[in-house]
Ligand binder design. Structure first.
Ligand code: ISL
Length: 548
């Protein structure tokens, strides 16, 4: 059963389930709720405290479920409401909390309100629920402003009015199938609050908030010009990190707090300034927010130390726990990032444009060390399904199988995020590697490479030194000290390319980013080491937990 600790979310390990790629129960090649239920024991056995499930609501899947038609049901391809409710019960019985995904910035273009807005025409109340504007130019043939879509191309699409003539434009910061909602409209607030209650009433423990750092657009929709996001403060960016967004989260917090036990939130806010990010987790707002500076950090001691210090300081100022994450469904898997021989030490904005020579053994070695670093830090740790198998990015997907809208919208220059979304290998030595049942009627929705044979979970279970067993050992030991809480680390003296710190208790973590073996601080006991110590020294790209 789940613990009755109301503060569980302050130190949890959360396992991200990208549902379409996790496990396929009905054999149609797409992961689903039946598949998830069959593998919940894997997640519990790993030692996670919670799961976060990417959107599973009815959706045409133009952006893999981030184009939501309604929150009051589940996508038939994924299963039924009865299965969803049973899944929540089963997860709880295994001690796993359940976090769902909510997408307030935009909806599917198939949302009934958007369809009504198209039908109702310019100036109608229906159009007020989205962001419709007349175009510029003599005949309105130019978009209302210069905003770009995150997936490439303009953030505006022109509609045909009822009489067939070209008409107004609507805003979509992402794909054209994802029209932005108008948060100046009371209906928007009510719609999302009802969605929260619907799932909280069904026992769901919390929500991850997609693109939590937009929602409101600057009045008058001014051109963005050359304003570079938060970096250019005090020039306010017209659609990232707007001030009124905090009112929404205060309202949502009141709803979450009205439940027993209180429900929780984690924001997906790509706000690359710790002080601005911390505003999302003030005491009456969200509980936690992803900290993408950590994920973006190059594999260098000084970079990680800077990020860790800034993050802990800003979170402590508002009394919120920090979060730490290395991979998710939007970025290149970290085994592959850290495998880069020449580019690993540069910061990356996209985290999927790493190219050039790589060494996956090196990447895996660093990933083992990175796990000790992540799991030693005070706060919440997120992990992305498959990292416990040591999965690298699939970098050679054929262009014709790519499904991420980024590929098409970038004019076929950016392959997008499919390489980290390939269905998981559970067992066996050939596709579908246990992802789909024997009697499957279709192949996995993205082809699995033959190299997946090396990573299948069943082949690692019980095998000493496997990545899977490494994760189990580390998570089990973390449990024994995570409860010690605290929000600070104490840095210990070390060489420049080594990080050494103590948690509030007596656990010390040392990570060697350098090229030569490192000496260890005084200690009573070695708890866990990502690579064998040699003459008491910590090898390059390795980490260790010690008892001081
Ligand atoms: O805006 C960004 C950077 O400034 C992006 O990183 C953006 O915030 C991010 O891509 C948002 O991702 C989330 O929403 C998308 C969806 O495609 C992603 O899978 C999801 O994680 C649209 O809903």
């Amino acid at each position: 059963m789940i613990s009755n600790d109301p503060q569980w979310w302050r130190s949890a390990v959360v396992y991200q389930v990208y549902i379409r790629s996790f496990a396929d129960g009905n054999g149609d090649g797409l992961g689903d709720i039946a598949g998830l239920r069959s593998k919940l024991a894997h997640i519990a056995d790993l030692g996670a405290d919670a799961i976060w499930i990417n959107p599973w609501y009815p959706s045409p899947q133009a952006d893999a479920g981030y184009d939501v038609v309604t929150y009051f049901d589940v996508e038939p391809k994924f299963g039924t409401m009865a299965e969803a409710e049973a899944m929540v019960q089963e997860a709880h019985a295994l001690g796993l909390r359940v976090i769902l995904d909510i997408v307030p910035n935009h909806s599917s273009d198939q949302h009934p309100w958007f369809q009504a807005a198209l039908a109702a025409g310019p100036g109608s109340p229906e159009r007020e629920r989205f962001v419709f504007r007349d175009g510029k130019g003599a005949n309105g043939e130019l978009p209302p402003n210069d905003w770009p879509s995150c997936f490439g191309g303009p953030a505006w699409t022109r509609v045909a009015e009822a009489d067939g003539t070209p008409g107004q434009w609507y805003l979509h910061l992402f794909a054209p199938e994802q029209p932005d909602r108008n948060w100046e409209h009371a209906d928007t607030w009510a719609d999302y609050e009802a969605a929260l209650r619907f799932w909280f009433d069904r026992g769901v423990d919390g929500f991850r908030i997609d693109v939590a750092h937009s929602l409101f657009k600057a009045p008058g929709l001014p051109d963005v010009g050359d304003i570079r996001y938060v970096a250019d403060e005090p020039r306010q960016h017209p659609f990232w990190d707007p001030d009124p967004v905090h009112d929404v989260y205060r309202a949502w917090r009141r709803i979450a707090d009205s439940y027993d036990p209180p429900r929780i939130f984690v924001a997906e806010a790509w706000v690359p300034k710790p002080d601005r990010l911390a505003r999302y987790v003030r005491p009456d707002e969200l509980h936690t927010t992803f900290n993408f500076d950590f994920l973006r950090s190059a594999w260098r001691a000084d970079r990680f130390r800077t990020v860790i210090d800034a993050t802990l300081a800003e979170h402590a100022a508002v009394g919120a726990p920090a979060t730490w994450v290395l991979s998710n469904h939007d970025v290149m898997r970290h085994v592959s990032r850290y495998a880069r021989l020449s580019q690993h030490d540069r910061p990356s904005d996209q985290l999927r444009d790493f190219r050039g020579e790589y060494d996956l053994d090196l990447g895996a070695r660093r990933a083992r060390a990175a796990l000790l670093l992540t799991m030693a830090l005070p706060g919440v740790a997120y992990m992305y399904m498959g990292e416990e198998m040591g999965l690298p990015e699939v970098e050679d997907l054929a262009p014709e199988v790519l499904q991420d809208p980024t590929w098409q919208r970038s004019g076929y220059t950016d392959p997008g995020r499919d390489g980290c979304r390939v269905p998981l290998p559970w067992s066996g030595t050939a596709a579908p590697f246990g992802f789909s049942p024997e009697a499957a009627t279709a192949s996995p929705w993205l082809p699995q490479p033959s190299m997946y044979a090396r990573y299948a979970a069943d082949g690692q279970r019980g095998v000493e030194d496997s990545m899977l067993e490494w994760y189990r050992s580390v998570l089990a030991m973390r449990r024994s000290f995570a409860g010690q809480g605290g929000s600070a680390v104490e840095w210990l003296p070390s060489a420049d390319d080594v990080l050494a710190f103590r948690r509030d208790g007596d656990v010390v973590c040392v990570v060697n980013f350098g090229d030569t073996p490192a000496t260890l601080p005084p200690h009573r006991e070695t708890l866990l080491a990502s690579a064998p110590l040699v003459d008491g020294m910590l090898a390059s790209d390795a980490a260790v937990w010690l008892r001081a």
